[in-house]
Ligand binder design. Structure first.
Ligand code: C5P
Length: 225
């Protein structure tokens, strides 16, 4: 099974409130993005990595890879103005339609080897594999000034990796004329009409979005040391 990973890291990360996009901030003295990439290059599976970057930050990445002596060969793709466009650009770098591809947020550095392996296995078998966790809190759906409760046992919070047969996800992206309304890849596949298969992600596999997420990630890494 040919395995690729598209790591999308072309966002500007405004919710973090820092000047540098969040994927370049340090976590345990190493940029978040490097932790994320090494989660894929540092495991026994052979995975071809495609890193999607804003053209403005390519030099920044080259400087990081030199500073941290990052030796793996990876492919760089240009980011777009939305996550949808960034993923689409990454998919274009995969020439063959064989195999499976994991699409992963550059700002989820704590993804485990098990989650990555499980996602490739399930996607190979079923076509799609979407990491998700149950909701811990009660959930209310708002409608204007009122709101209704939802059955929490039927809610899942969706993470990445979202892993697919390459041919299927390429067709799904090609069929969506605009990226409007798509915040992840499962929703692109759903719009295309193919089934979505969920598997267990982890509460540690957080997306670093705000400063408190960074504190949480530091705490998890300290515990692992
Ligand atoms: O904005 P959001 O938190 O949903 O971003 C998820 C991931 O998508 C991040 O890793 C971000 O860098 C990436 N992204 C991208 N290109 C964009 C917007 C977001 O690669 N235009």
């Amino acid at each position: 099974m040919k395995k690729s990973a598209i790591i999308v890291a072309a966002g500007s990360g405004t919710r973090m409130g820092a000047k540098t996009p969040k994927q370049f901030l340090n976590l345990h003295k190493k940029p978040i993005l490097l932790h994320t990439i090494e989660a894929f290059t540092g495991i026994p599976e052979q995975i071809s990595v495609i890193l999607v970057l804003s053209p403005d930050y390519k030099d920044h990445w080259y400087e990081i890879s030199r500073r941290f002596d990052f030796q793996h060969t990876i492919t760089i793709a240009d980011g777009g103005s939305s996550r949808f466009e960034s993923v689409r650009n990454g998919l274009q770098k995969i020439e063959s339609s064989d195999g499976v591809v994991a699409i992963h947020d550059g700002v989820r550095p704590l993804v485990s080897h098990k989650i990555i392996s499980d996602s490739f296995e399930l996607a190979h078998e079923k076509g799609s594999a979407i990491a998700a966790v149950p909701a811990k809190d009660s959930i209310r759906q708002i409608d204007g000034s009122s709101s209704i409760t939802l059955d929490r046992t039927r809610i899942r919070l969706v993470q990445t990796p979202q892993t697919f047969k390459v041919s299927l996800i390429k067709d799904a992206y090609a069929s969506a004329s605009t990226g409007k309304g798509f915040t992840d890849d499962a929703s692109v596949l759903e719009h295309y009409g193919a089934p979505i298969h969920l598997f267990d992600g982890s509460f540690e596999n957080i997306k670093i979005t705000t400063p408190d997420d960074l504190l949480f990630a530091e705490a998890i890494l300290s515990r692992k040391k």
